[in-house]
Design a binder for this molecule. Structure first.
Ligand code: FEO
Ligand code: CA
Ligand code: CA
Ligand code: CA
Length: 607
């Protein structure tokens, strides 16, 4: 059928062993280089990074902190020039400011530095001498280079909840223009050449939830916003720099975050948009595929324990070609459509005892349905308007009985097969106390290591309202009986824990990066074939330095370069600038950075 041989490509690299080194490790025959790091110039005229004299104005022109999603979009047909688009999810103030003692002790200017270190960067890059290595362009106009941040960038709200009562504030009485983007985690490149970015844990930026109107508190709380204290513990206290973060004064401001952001990196003057039609939750990211019908389908996860899996189907159809007319049309595709949430049924429910033992039919698998929440401006959820469903999507999912998953992180369709892969990172609360019990898709009690779910839409139609699913990989130490690697010989696979992001190489193999390895080793990047006899033969391709999480990953269309983001190196309790747990990449103190890895002989990645 579709994709015979796809995703069965040779992954012949020698896997690297688990380690806790404070270095970036790649297999024999490969090399790597830091492409850009926190503080490097993005906009022309950016001041040289000076840790001890950092200002918000400087940071707003420099590469931000805690790079997460990485996308690479071509600038020419020869594959020599490209745009690197990167999310900056959050900040580690203790690792950014010398002498850090507490958020209270930061100056207001330092708070503004942190706000400017959030957001996204667009950076022009060029290939080094026909190899798989890339470097940033550091001279000339760099007319595409761009920073958006949480400090001063403006975003347009689109779709049915834009202009609704839920998103109006004193500063924006029309409810259409938002300042700042928060906690941009994963993302995806669209078929029309833009980048989608998920606003994830936006709850942690707000204060004053205790003073919000009583009627709003339950909805705020469903999104993880503390409604009992003015300053929840660990809060960044950004209200000291910007009033809008105080929910006692501006209760709707929280409703203006938690969306999917679309940015057009080819038009540096364009205003990025927050698309309300894709719902509001702790968006990990969004990845788009064009369905056979021409409608575009975005798959999304809400990264919280016991939250849901979603998809969006556009009203309009994708227009092929690169004409200005097609591009203008395609830029509107995410403004209107249908939003669905997933309900997963089981084949072997009564055999799921939480141990991870395979049920008697030999597979964790079942059927599922996409439950329609909204189409266009019409709600399908009793008692909720469309704007309400889209702004408080979690509550809509609760009402319709969506399946409570083990933290759905990256959800990405394989563009060669149309099958969809979901990283379910972990859920240590599964089956604990009165929490939801293990089920066939989330089969382990107190799940520390996570699993990968494969979703196949009925009739191979990405707009379908029903699907089948299975778990090809149940993560952990392969010596642990509760793990599963698609039936592959477990003595030959690499241990893996806490899958977070997924990506595909040019032949359709699955690549998985991890966050929070509960086996005690550094996080890394892994690869496995998806079809044929090598399905499940998972191997570790690289590891990131101590204390870091592996983000990105992005493999170029020519299969010659792998980009990953090294996020929060040295993020260990008690570490500081002066007493770092990691000194990657420069040997002084820890700096998040984006790394490119390539094969020394110029051959394809993985082989
Ligand atoms: Fe920001 Fe769900 O990882
Ligand atoms: Ca089964
Ligand atoms: Ca993530
Ligand atoms: Ca994560």
């Amino acid at each position: 059928g579709a994709g015979k041989g796809i995703g069965s490509g040779a992954l012949t690299f020698q896997p690297i062993p688990p380690n806790t080194l404070d270095t970036f490790v790649v297999p024999n025959g490969y090399d790597h280089a830091v492409l850009i790091r926190w503080g490097d110039p993005v906009l022309p005229g950016a001041p040289k990074f000076d840790l001890r004299r950092q200002t918000a104005a400087a940071q707003a022109r420099q590469f931000g902190y805690n790079n997460d999603y990485v996308g690479v979009l071509p600038l020419d047909k020869a594959g020599r020039r490209a745009l690197l688009v990167v999310n900056h999810e959050y900040t580690n103030e203790d690792l950014m400011f010398p002498g850090f003692t507490s958020h209270d002790a930061l100056t207001v200017e330092q708070v503004r530095v942190a706000m400017a270190a959030h957001g996204m960067s667009v950076v022009e890059i060029e290939r080094v001498d026909g190899t798989g290595q890339w470097r940033t362009v550091t001279s000339g106009r760099r007319q595409y280079n761009r920073r958006v941040d949480a400090l001063s960038s403006t975003f347009e709200l689109t779709g049915p909840a834009a202009g609704s009562a839920f998103v109006k504030t004193a500063a924006d009485p029309l409810g259409r223009t938002v300042i700042g983007t928060l906690n941009n985690c994963a993302g995806g490149v669209t078929p029309w050449g833009t980048v989608l970015s998920g606003e994830e844990n936006f709850n942690q930026y707000f204060v004053g939830g205790d003073g919000a109107p009583e009627a709003e508190k339950s909805r705020l709380a469903r999104y993880g916003i503390n409604t009992t204290a003015r300053y929840p513990s660990g809060n960044r206290k950004w209200d000291r720099a910007a009033d809008r973060f105080d929910l006692a004064k501006h209760p709707n401001e929280a409703n203006r975050h938690g969306w999917i952001v679309e940015i057009d990196p080819y038009d540096p003057d364009s205003r990025p948009r927050k698309h309300t039609a894709l719902g509001r939750f702790k968006h990990e990211g969004a990845n788009v595929i064009v369905a056979r019908s021409g409608h575009v389908v975005a798959y999304m996860g809400d990264d919280e324990r016991f939250d849901y899996l979603y998809k969006f189907v556009s009203d309009k159809k994708f227009m092929k070609g690169s004409s200005p007319v097609a591009r203008r049309h395609n830029l509107t595709l995410l403004e209107s459509g249908a939003l669905y949430v997933a309900r997963l049924e089981q084949t072997s429910a009564d055999e799921i005892d939480g141990s991870g033992r395979l049920p008697s039919d030999g597979a964790f698998n079942g059927k599922g349905r996409w439950i329609k929440l909204v189409s266009g401006t019409r709600s399908h959820v009793a008692g909720m308007t469309a704007a309400e469903v889209l702004t408080f999507t979690r509550l809509a999912g609760d009402k319709v009985g969506a399946t409570k998953m083990d933290r759905p992180e990256d959800v990405e369709p394989n563009l060669l097969t149309g099958k969809v892969y979901v990283a379910l990172t972990n859920n240590t609360a599964r089956g604990v106390g009165s929490n939801p019990k293990p089920d066939e898709a989330n089969p382990r009690t107190a799940n520390r290591h996570g699993q990968i779910l494969e979703l196949v839409e009925d009739r191979a139609d990405n707009t379908a309202e029903s699907f089948t699913w299975s778990l090809p990989i149940v993560c952990g130490d392969p010596a642990d009986e509760s793990t599963y690697f698609a039936g592959y010989d477990k003595t030959k696979v690499s241990p893996i824990s806490c899958p977070d992001n997924v990506a595909f190489d040019a032949t359709g193999n699955l690549w998985i990066s991890t966050d929070g390895n509960a086996l005690g080793s550094n996080d890394g990047l892994f690869a496995t074939a998806l079809q044929g006899p090598e399905r499940g033969h998972l191997k570790q391709f690289l590891t990131v330095p101590y204390g870091a999480e592996t983000c990105g990953p992005f493999i170029t269309d020519d299969n010659r370069s792998v980009f990953v983001a090294v996020q929060h190196p040295g993020e260990i309790t008690g570490a500081t600038v002066e007493n770092p747990a990691s000194t990657w990449p420069d040997g002084d103190y820890a700096k998040p950075g984006v790394v490119v890895t390539w094969r020394l002989d110029g051959g394809p990645i993985g082989s």
